[in-house]
Design a protein around this ligand. Sequence first.
Ligand code: C2E
Ligand code: CA
Ligand code: CA
Length: 543
Amino acid sequence: MSSPTLDRVLDAVLRVDAQFDIRFISEPGQRWFTAIPGSELPTNFVDILHPDDVAGFKQTLAGTPETFSLDLRILKGGTECWINLRSYRLHAAHQHVFCVFDISMWKTEDSALRHAAQHDELTGLPNRALLKSTVEQRLKSGGNPFSVALLDLDGFKKVNDTYGHAMGDAVLIETTKRLIKLLGPGDMLARLGGDEFVLLYDNKNAEAAQQALKNVLLAVARPYDAAPHNAYLGVSIGLAEYPAHGDDYSTLLKNADTAMYYSKNAGKNRVTVFTLTEANLDFSIRAAIHNGIQDGEFYMDYQPQYDMDRRLIGAEALMRWTNRDLGRVGPDQFIPIVEDAGLMPFLGKWALRYSCHQLRKFQKLAPDFVMSVNVSPVQFGSDHFDVEVMDVVKETGIDPSKLVLEITESTLMSSQQKTERALARLREQGIRFSIDDFGTGFSSLAYLTRLPVSSIKIDKAFIWAMGESEPTPASSSDRKLISAMINLAHSIDLKVVAEGVETEHQLAFLKAAGCNVAQGYLTGRPMSASDILRQIQPEEALA
Ligand code: C2E
Ligand code: CA
Ligand code: CA
């Protein structure tokens, strides 16, 4: 928007500070603002902006280092007035100079249409078209890295289908409000449609963006005012970085989308950075996984679990892969590919056998040590799952009552009679089951009482949502929610494990709330078997 004729009708010059308080208005500007009798001079620029234009204005301001031009509506003497705003940043003073051109006269329907064409009607956010042009502008100005995160809400369809579109819309608006608060200078939030959003992180590589996205996971994990309390939402995120993962808009978006798809597949509510998941790499990764299994590139780490008096009681076995070419690859990245390639039954069985062999060694020193092993839905669906597990138990000679299999809510909810029978048979042999990532699915509690489950693992997102330290009003409802989950589990004789415990405050709260077991970076990161043994042995020496 830069018609040369505009220069002739400069109506006001303003200088605003970082809070948008107006520090100066030119004399003609003062006359222009007060032309309508009874009207006053504005004191804050955002206060006079049309509510629908505030978000766009702030984003543009934050997103452009030096100068920009934007068409906006302001309220002047009680009436709406279209202006063209040219902004110039005064770096040292953290202030801006705004040149205001009254363009109401020429503001035809045409430009209103253009605004509509670039914004999403429901949320007022920039839409796909504006996102594209913004990204292309950044690419043209070159140089600085940035990241594109594609967000797709988990569980949104369920809200929409169960409670209707009005509630679906309310959830989208609430999500928008939460996410806008997290935008840093230069960042942009756009809505692509449906429950898909894009976060454009200015000047951030994937690693930095990943850090920032942790807050996005937390923000979405909080219960929604707009939705019933049993409707938990999550968000699956895919991340691509410029220039490493593409140097044009469509490649970046496509790659973020591929990574998002892997987040969904890996159990949702997480961030996947595009690297490995690049479609054309996929084939060679399959080959690498295949060879890796044969070449012994896979191994297990063990994350210690403690009771509330900080006594080591067991560990969760977590799969690791260090490839010659790719380096360390996280299970969130490779497991979806392994599943896709049909290798999961094989690799899952390998993991179980490996962990049980290790458990046998731990049990020699600490007979009560409990090992938790993750089971993929793919494994669970196999015809002989129970037989395979019992084979491993016999082969390794472990005490089966010290083996816990972690399964996700969705595995249970979509389970067939066949799998329920397998579960029951394994339970008869003493093996226990824990519901992993509890709270992230749309669970009916009926299955918890019906199936032979002995504990739940509250998903990390809930632990993180309670905050890192002192409670705030926002986190207090999350704390109540955790207490409710614990009480509910106890009422049907289930033990409760909290995962992702990172601070003393969280641990203290969980202890007071009656949680049974804690696992997290606070008490111990995933570590090697020999590190676990070192933790077991001193106690053994004392005994
Ligand atoms: P999960 O089963 O929910 O495992 C817990 C994940 O949370 C682990 O990530 C662990 O390192 C991480 N974690 C634990 N405490 C904290 C904390 O305090 N802060 C933070 N930021 N993270 C924490 P990891 O090892 O990357 O595993 C990711 C997922 O991969 C697992 O999620 C599980 O779904 C899957 N996975 C790992 N090993 C296996 C396996 O042997 N079989 C199957 N089927 N899936 C596995
Ligand atoms: Ca787990
Ligand atoms: Ca978990």
